[in-house]
Design a protein around this ligand. Structure first.
Ligand SMILES: *[C@@H]1O[C@H](CO)[C@@H](O)[C@H](O)[C@H]1NC(C)=O
Ligand SMILES: *[C@@H]1O[C@H](CO)[C@@H](O)[C@H](O)[C@H]1NC(C)=O
Ligand SMILES: *[C@@H]1O[C@H](CO)[C@@H](O)[C@H](O)[C@H]1NC(C)=O
Length: 412
């Protein structure tokens, strides 16, 4: 007992001392804790401020860069627009020859594709692909923009028709949204105007499209329920971006309305920094003069089809999986859509194999990381989908958003 008491006494004696100690300890601990947290807090705040300033700094740089690019592109188009003008096209002997050919050799509207020498390999690939399909090559007219493209294409595919339109401002590989890129679309719009003035209906097409079957066998030209038939973007008919013109492959029926439509496209392309598909979307959705129709996704799709369940293989699939032409064929090779051998000869077996794989829905998509360019596109589509999905504002924005596409894509 005594010992216990002593112990208790001891403890009571020692108690206050301990308590003081502890409270002191506590106090110091609390104090030091507060000190460390305030250090921590100010560090986080510094990082937050830093990130905030860095974000707006980078954003500012991007805005400046974008503005410079926009000014440069519009200047380029203005400087070189004359070499692709409607007047020049209409009054050229080449165009007159073309009209003669269209009147005498064509019973159905022609399809135009443009290329310079940097797109030759892509063009061979397309010609190899469509060589198997009846009556396709006969309807194609390739607009060759330099003499290398003209001569090499003639050497490899002598029976393919050409409209030679040497354009020095287009003698280089194209980069998305830059001056030459805009100029080639201006040429395309002006060629459309020249054709429509002569009452010629036409297709505009792109070589980076795989044809599983012939699009011409669908006889779209006989369907009088529309004036213009466009391919569309988005994954299917219910997508936010459905009924947005893709602009790679489309058919235009000649009339005063479609003429006015393309005069509008050409006029805007010559003065504004805006994608031609943006102008076409805007005019289709707001003018109400031209009846625009859209090819169902089951007929025409983009490379995105490969990343769906691969059901309902489309007749044609646009394979714009890369923004620069150089690596495009390599990319297509990975999916099994590169058909020419190293010496440029066409391997028909490869075409059949690709079509078969598509029909069976077992195209192997490499799960490798998409390129930086592709990744940015994906990010922008994602943002756009959310903007369109917004109630009330989304539908209101739908016809206008693509017009400011270049500006919104600030990192490209
Ligand atoms: C086209 O392909 C050939 C042979 O595969 C290659 O030598 C050439 O560099 C390619 N040209 C371009 C512009 O990519
Ligand atoms: C198209 O316009 C021209 C001139 O403005 C006119 O002569 C022609 O009759 C018009 N054609 C049609 C089908 O309306
Ligand atoms: C065509 O491609 C197939 C499949 O890749 C290949 O087996 C065949 O040897 C090629 N033919 C020629 C003539 O290169």
């Amino acid at each position: 007992m005594i010992t216990r008491r002593k112990a208790a006494e001891n403890s009571t004696i020692g108690g206050p001392i301990e308590e003081v100690d502890e409270s002191e300890l506590k106090r110091t601990r609390v104090y030091s804790k507060r000190k460390s947290s305030s250090v921590c807090f100010s560090t986080t705040r510094k990082i937050a401020y830093g990130a905030f300033y860095l974000f707006w700094f980078v954003f500012g740089l991007l805005v400046i860069r974008k503005t410079q690019n926009a000014i440069a592109a519009v200047r380029y188009v203005k400087r070189h627009g004359e070499s692709v003008s409607v007047n020049l096209i209409e009054n050229s002997p080449e165009f007159k020859d073309l009209l003669y050919t269209l009147d005498h050799d064509f019973t159905k509207p022609p399809a135009f594709l443009l290329l310079n020498q940097y797109a030759l390999n892509m063009t061979y690939n397309f010609l190899c692909n469509t060589a198997q399909l009846d009556g396709v090559h006969e309807r194609l007219v390739f607009v060759t923009l330099d003499s290398v493209a003209r001569d090499e294409l003639r050497a490899k595919w002598p029976q393919i028709r050409q409209l030679h339109w040497p354009t020095p401002s287009l003698y280089k590989p194209f980069s998305f949204a830059e001056g030459p890129y805009q100029t080639i679309y201006l040429l395309r719009a002006n060629l459309a105007v020249a054709l429509l003035r002569k009452g010629k209906s036409f297709w505009m097409m792109q070589q980076d499209t795989f044809w599983r079957k012939s699009l011409f066998d669908q006889h779209f030209e006989d369907d009088m329920s529309f004036d213009a038939l466009f391919d569309q973007i988005g994954e299917d008919e219910n997508a936010q971006r459905a009924e947005w013109v893709n602009g790679a492959n489309f058919f235009i029926r000649a009339s005063n309305k479609t003429l006015e439509f393309f005069e509008g496209v050409a006029e805007k392309l010559g003065h504004w920094y805006t994608p031609d598909m943006g102008i076409m979307i805007h005019q289709c959705h707001t003018w109400g003069t031209v009846r625009c129709a859209y090819m169902p996704h089951k007929l025409a799709h983009s490379w995105e089809w490969m990343y769906t369940g691969q059901q309902d293989p489309p007749l044609i699939m646009q394979l714009d999986c890369e923004t620069d032409g150089g690596s495009k064929l390599m990319q297509l090779g990975r999916f099994g859509f590169h058909f020419t051998e190293k010496d440029g000869t066409c391997n028909a077996t490869k075409v059949h194999m690709a079509a078969e794989r598509m029909e069976q829905g077992n195209i192997e998509v490499t799960r490798a990381l998409p390129s930086w360019g592709r990744l940015q596109f994906k990010a922008y589509w994602w943002i756009v989908d959310y903007m369109l999905w917004t109630p009330i504002i989304g539908p209101m924005l739908k016809p206008y958003l693509p017009m400011v596409g270049y500006i919104l894509m600030i990192t490209l």
